[in-house]
Design a protein around this ligand. Structure first.
Ligand code: GDP
Ligand code: IMO
Ligand code: MG
Length: 428
């Protein structure tokens, strides 16, 4: 594998972190290419549970070099906190094995405050963002007035840029009746962070291309999910970056000729945090069963915000679309163990809107919001499958479920997981 991309096929939280951790064992470099600390990737290693927001899952393998690509937005203070937390759990996070693109954009307190103010102003139309400043940071990037990580290398230039950004944000914040920020304090905190992060900042584009040319195996770890993509998701209920496969190329500065594997990660039911359409959402008893009570660490409560995730049946309209948008060469199906215990399972195969049947999402958001899912019903199973290692030992109903999903998405499912731990995998 010269380069593999791991991508969320739904609305995020599909289990990309655990899949990237599994593939990282065979990789030399693991690179994040989009988003920021809105992501929350949980990886279980023995008795340790890592909750990674910015640092790629590859950090948990000693031989791997990790990269934060140019397509990301990085909050330096939160990054340092995460690096310290991981280091306290016994993982080395040195500049030899962790590098940050000089072209990645920085999230400042201005962006965080503007994210909150914007959500507040939207009232019941709010997007339900993670309030990490992601949208405003990408707005500054595309508005050509953002601050890039490389600017941290020159203290004076960095302090001036920060000061200017905070003063400008204060004008907007006070107009919206929000709390304004102290530019001097922000500059002080961020200059401290810049001093610590300076050794990690590099031209990661040159680094990645050199490594690829020399035969290194690169794993591109996606964040968020296809339906949260700024172009391909349920706009405006999306994040502000490109989590899809095209985003991996621009977000790392590598060419398509290196990519030979595009792995879509799909949870075997649907979850979503935040607002936006979700035609298979279940309210009541069934939704609560899929979500879990919060007792297990894998139950459906956000890694980043702790919010309960909306839950529903698997939606193959979404998966079919994700397979097309990203060009999946295969899919990895997670959390099959959670489906044990249902008498029957439903899978959405199409939507109906105003008398028209859709096998891909309809054109407008308003139509998707009105969409009624057409389901097929499959038999469930009651066995505990969390210890199954061989596909032959899965109940017939579980094998039928997997086959049906692959068929409906016209994409092979090559691996499934039956629990959050590293070895809870079944190869198909
Ligand atoms: P990501 O953002 O795509 O990396 O996914 P998250 O880490 O936010 O959410 C996935 C959750 O499911 C985490 O708590 C994982 O530990 C857990 N998980 C992943 N795969 C499985 C699985 O096969 N079974 C169970 N029960 N939990 C899983
Ligand atoms: P991982 O990588 C699930 C959602 C937010 C909100 C929308 C916009 O863990 O899968 P933002 O803060 O990005 O402006 O919020 O996107 N969102 C996620 N949902 N998993 C994520 O990341 C998400 N990152 C953003 O809930 O609906
Ligand atoms: Mg997550």
């Amino acid at each position: 594998m010269p380069a593999t991309i791991v991508i969320g096929a739904q609305w995020g939280d599909e289990g990309k972190g655990r899949v990237a951790d599994w593939l990282a064992a065979e990789a030399d470099v693991v690179a994040r290419y989009a988003g920021g600390d809105n992501a929350g990737h949980t990886v279980v290693v023995g008795d340790k549970i890592f909750k990674l927001h910015l640092v790629p899952s590859g950090i948990l393998h000693d031989h791997v070099v990790c990269v934060l690509g140019n397509g990301m937005v990085v909050n330096p203070v939160n990054l340092l906190r995460e690096m310290d937390q991981i280091a306290a759990m016994g993982v080395e996070v040195s500049p030899e094995r962790f590098i940050i693109s000089s072209r990645a954009h920085l999230i400042t307190p201005a962006h965080v405050a503007l994210d909150s103010a914007s959500e507040k102003a939207l009232g019941n139309q709010a997007i339900g963002t993670t309030l990490r400043g992601i949208g405003p940071a990408y707005m500054d990037k595309t508005g050509r007035k953002g601050i890039r990580a490389g600017q941290m290398l020159n203290v004076e230039e960095f302090a001036d840029a920060l000061h200017k950004m905070i003063e400008e944000a204060n004008v907007t914040l006070s107009r919206q009746g929000g709390v304004t920020l102290d530019p001097k304090q922000v500059a002080l905190d961020y200059i401290d962070a810049a001093e610590r992060l300076r050794p990690y900042i590099k031209d990661t584009t040159v680094y990645l291309n050199t490594r690829l040319r020399d035969g290194a195996r690169v794993l591109c770890e996606g964040a968020q999910g296809t339906l949260l993509d700024i172009d391909h998701g349920d706009y405006p209920f999306v994040t502000s970056s490109s989590p899809t496969s095209g985003g991996a190329l621009t977000g790392l500065g590598i060419g398509p000729r290196y990519i030979d594997r595009v792995m879509g990660v799909a949870k075997c039911f649907s979850t979503r945090v935040g607002s936006g359409p979700m035609p298979t959402e279940l309210h009541g008893e069934l939704g609560n069963r899929l979500r879990g009570t919060g007792e297990n660490h894998w139950d459906e409560f956000g890694t980043t915000t702790g919010r309960p995730r909306r839950c529903g049946w698997l939606d193959t309209v979404v998966l079919r679309y994700a397979a097309a948008v990203n060009g999946f060469t295969e899919m990895f199906l997670t959390k099959l163990d959670v489906l044990s215990g249902f008498d029957e399972l439903k899978i959405a195969v199409a939507y109906h809107v105003d008398g028209v049947r859709y096998e891909y999402p309809p054109v407008t958001l308003a139509e998707t919001e009105r969409a009624e899912a057409e389901f097929i019903t499959l038999p469930g199973w009651h066995e505990d499958i969390s210890k199954v290692k061989d596909v032959k030992d899965l109940p017939d109903a579980a094998r039928t479920y997997i086959q049906k999903v692959a068929e409906l998405c016209d994409t092979p499912i090559t691996t499934i997981s039956v629990g959050p731990e590293r070895d809870q995998l079944v190869y198909i």
